[in-house]
Design a protein around this ligand. Structure first.
Ligand code: GLC
Length: 408
């Protein structure tokens, strides 16, 4: 099935990179900061990332256990990180002059990762698009109404840009549209079916996310669903059918590079989030925001290296895994692959752990990071255990550790 790689991959790298990395206040800077006319756009004339080395990014991602990448070809600010045929506001017109999207694609593909494109539906620079979350509204407290001709030219621009992305970069595995037309509720503003027909014609096996939905009633059968910075409590379903999903999340508090944002999540938060997603049949798309010189922030690299060390020990609890049919006890979350259940430690236990439903079903329990075995305790006085409860003992467990429970 065309979705097999996605449900096996479980972990991907999101990359938010654009000229917004130069003012270094996150990817919404064009809207959020009081730029004079033309001031933000002029960052395009400064974009020259002398330390851009996408192979380094790809190797860091691969070592961390990530199996795919999603790269921002264009964010809401309208600046194209690819060599667009349809605008001059693009990376090939900067001092750098090269198609960074192509370079990212080549490097990650070479490293064996699947390739995904992020593409913003809203475009703050196009007269055919307007909504209140925009530089125009933040500055003037008004929004213009596009003329019919402007709207039609916006639709063509979006269609043509996506078509170029679907035809100029080889096989594309994933397309992440952002954002839903929450201000155009009930209106098919982006002419969804025309776009989708073209996308699947060029890339029959591509997976397209859910953000072309234009109202709750019009949520349709997208290939996958993309909740943001959260872990679902159960596998989501749409109209009664289970759906594929991926949560995207920041490592710190911003998607695009933001100077001074050192509020990074701990390794245990990141891996517990990852295990939490997998435990509900979901993926995690973890973001990095490269700096204007093309390098990743030191803290980002440090986190990716920590993740790589964790993944070397515990990756078998992630790749190819999904939801286990057993209920996890307090403080643990389960993933499953074949005859193995993987119990991720979310909270350091007070002492012994009681595993419901598993008595008489377990061959052995091993701590993945060092191979030590848990004791299976058959009898412990007159406890209020259920007949199928299994009490186990393993000292010194910490959040992010993983126990492999081999079933008989
Ligand atoms: C949020 C942010 C947007 C980012 C997206 C990723 O919607 O506002 O800038 O690209 O998350 O899903």
């Amino acid at each position: 099935m065309k979705t097999d790689w996605f449900t096996s991959a479980r972990f991907g790298m999101f990359i938010h990179w654009g000229i917004y990395s130069i003012p270094a206040k996150g990817e919404w800077s064009y809207a959020n900061d009081p730029w004079n006319p033309g001031e933000y756009e002029a960052f395009a004339k400064k974009f020259d990332p002398e330390n851009f080395d996408p192979e380094k990014w790809a190797n860091l991602a691969k070592a961390a256990g990530m199996k795919y990448v999603v790269f921002t070809t264009k964010h809401h600010d309208g600046f194209c990180m690819f060599d667009s045929h349809y605008t001059d506001y693009k990376v090939t017109n900067t001092p750098f002059g090269k198609d960074v999207t192509k370079m990212v694609v080549d490097a990650f593909r070479k490293a064996g990762l699947k390739i995904g494109f992020y593409h913003s539906l809203p475009d703050w620079t196009h007269p055919g698009y307007a909504d209140p979350e925009s530089p125009e509204f933040y500055r003037t407290k008004t929004i213009h109404t596009p003329t019919d001709a402007e709207y039609r030219s916006f639709l063509d621009y979006l269609y043509n840009s996506v078509e170029q992305l679907m035809t100029g970069y080889g096989r594309i595995d994933l397309l992440f549209f952002d954002y839903t037309s929450k201000y155009k509720d009930g209106t098919d503003y982006f002419d969804r079916n025309r776009l989708l027909e073209m996308i699947y014609r060029h890339q029959p096996d591509i997976l397209v996310n859910d953000r072309l939905a234009f109202s709750k009633e019009h949520v349709c059968d997208f290939d996958y669903y993309t909740p943001e910075v959260t872990v679902m409590n159960q596998p989501p379903s749409v109209k009664g059918r289970p759906v594929l999903w991926e949560s995207c999340a920041t490592m710190n508090d911003n998607w695009g590079y933001c100077k001074g944002d050192e509020n990074y999540k701990s390794l245990s938060t990141l891996v517990c989030g990852l295990l939490g997603c997998v435990s509900q049949n979901g993926n995690l798309l973890l973001n990095v925001g490269p700096k204007p010189d093309g390098s990743l922030p030191d803290m980002t690299i440090a986190k990716l290296e920590e993740l790589a060390r964790w993944f070397a020990d515990n990756g078998e609890a992630v790749t190819g895994c999904g939801k286990a049919e057993y209920a996890a006890p307090f403080g643990l979350c389960y993933t499953r692959k074949g005859k193995n259940i993987y119990a991720g430690v979310l909270t350091a236990p007070m002492g012994d752990i009681i595993l419901p439903q598993l008595k008489g079903k377990v061959r052995e329990i091993t701590l993945l990071k060092n191979g030590s075995k848990a004791s299976l305790i058959d009898f412990w006085g007159f406890e209020l255990l259920k007949s199928d409860d299994l009490r186990i003992r393993m000292r010194g467990l910490a959040p992010g550790d993983v126990l492999k429970i081999e079933l008989l």
